[in-house]
Design a protein around this ligand. Sequence first.
Ligand SMILES: [Zn+2]
Length: 281
Amino acid sequence: MPDAPADAAKRRAVAPVLCYPAERLPRPDSGRIDAVLSDLTPVDGLRVPPRDAAAIRVPKGHVLRILSVEGPQVGDLNLFAAANLAERFYSGKTRALHGTHLGTGDRMWSCFPYLRPMATVAADSLDWYGTDAWGARVHDVIGTRCDPYTGRLLSDADYHHCCHSNLTRALAQATGLGRVAAEAHVHDVLNVFMCTGFTADRGQYFMKASPVRPGDHFDLLAEIDLLAVLSACPGGDCGTEHSSDTAACHPLEMEVLAPSAAVLAAWREPPVSGYDRSHGV
Ligand SMILES: [Zn+2]
């Protein structure tokens, strides 16, 4: 290890600056969220089997409720603009804007060149969890998704029901795309109900058993028409391991809830980014 310079302490003492101050972001309209939540009618829903995935369409202004049923279970969520698979959830930028974990009022942002809120977290029954003694929180945008490629890298064994493969099958079925074409659209997820953090010593990504219990729900308000694809992770509550059939796994439910006709009539979807894409050319 190289010797520290004479002014090492001074360099380390420089105060951090937030990369993206949250107060500069357009804030969600809390009055509009309250209006949506005050009058909801179930209009669609399905059950995601354990170690599998399913897709559902969520019209703008509607709520996608992800519901824990039967037992603690983590879900890996992909979001697409319903009419344009090229506009999809951007986990990395969402993390840069809101932090490592999402809570009520945070947005799920779409990729370049769109970069607009696809969904807003409208309610979260696990909001009480906060930050625990290990620095862990719930609903992360850190992890990528469990996948057979990393599995092969680490163990040589092929496992076909990782979230990546589950999302690929469900997206193919929902869109009519072939397996290879669908796989290219699968992207880094929001880990719904997953409890994670970074170790204090080396900053390594860790997981621990999710505090979610049957009846808990995570509600996303669709800002635009969405195609949502959710995998019930083979890691179950992600308290031990994933990428195998070892962990106890449970289903998840997705419900689509419609707001009042007045809310829908007044709905304005956020515009895509106004950048002209000239890139200095
Ligand atoms: Zn997974």
